[in-house]
Design a protein around this ligand. Structure first.
Ligand code: URA
Length: 231
């Protein structure tokens, strides 16, 4: 947790003294509320603005977003809303997505400026488990569970999937953990066992779990522990 005046001095060209002046002059807002206390402690995910501009610390940025349905996991799309549209502009500069989701998939989306970090999440050579809550159109048979656990052949893909973990939660609701990220992988795996995905939600990537406090469309910065867990 940083003090507000320290944070302003570290994230803008202002000196500490000038940062204090700017704060007492009411030029600084924390989470949209004007703040004149130079020594308040900032929560890690506070959005601080100076004269209406969001302040970010230099260095890498790591965020989680609860992606709503209908938002495209892309940094540019002329027709549809994109994930970056849900973030303040100053935070979204140079961010990329570590592991995309289909437009109709909801849940955990990680965004970062750190290419090496995202590579450790997305590289097929690294075993980074991703867990999805999958709503199915039909009940999953015991033999389908076993096939998914052992690996299935996807259409137009000669390589069978790596063994997956399946947890049956309800009759038509399962949790599926996979360590690859092939195109439409979960939907194609369920199609391969004769089922159909009617809703898909990503719950976790490695040790990072979607924060239950985040409503669809909301984001927060990752904690140092979450960042270090990808290693
Ligand atoms: N698998 C899919 O089929 N879709 C996603 O969005 C993620 C994994």
């Amino acid at each position: 947790m940083a003090r507000l005046d320290q944070f302003i001095a570290a994230s803008t060209p202002l000196s500490r003294k000038d940062a204090k002046r700017a704060i007492s002059a009411g030029r600084v807002q924390v989470d949209g509320v004007p703040c004149t206390g130079a020594n308040i402690k900032l929560p890690v995910d506070a959005v601080v603005t100076l004269d209406g501009q969001t302040c970010t610390l230099p260095g890498e940025r790591y965020l989680m977003l609860n992606k709503p349905a209908g938002v495209v996991s892309a940094t540019r799309d002329s027709e549809h809303p994109i994930a970056l549209d849900l973030l303040p502009e100053a935070l979204s500069v140079n961010l990329h997505i570590a592991g995309r989701l289909d437009a109709d998939t909801t849940g955990l989306l990680l965004l970062t400026t750190d290419g090496q970090w995202s590579h450790r999440i997305t590289s097929p050579r690294v075993d980074c488990p991703k867990t999805y809550r999958v709503t199915l159109s039909d009940e999953l048979s015991e033999s389908a569970v076993q096939q998914l656990q052992q690996g299935v052949s996807l259409r137009n893909d000669p390589q069978p999937t790596r063994p997956a973990r399946v947890r049956v939660l309800e009759q038509r609701l399962i949790e599926l953990t996979i360590s690859e990220g092939r195109y439409h992988q979960v939907k194609r795996m369920l199609a391969a066992v004769g089922n159909h995905v009617s809703a898909l939600h990503r719950v976790s990537i490695g040790a990072i779990t979607l924060d239950p406090a985040l409503e669809p469309g909301q984001y927060r910065v990752l904690t140092p522990k979450e960042i270090d867990s990808v290693g």
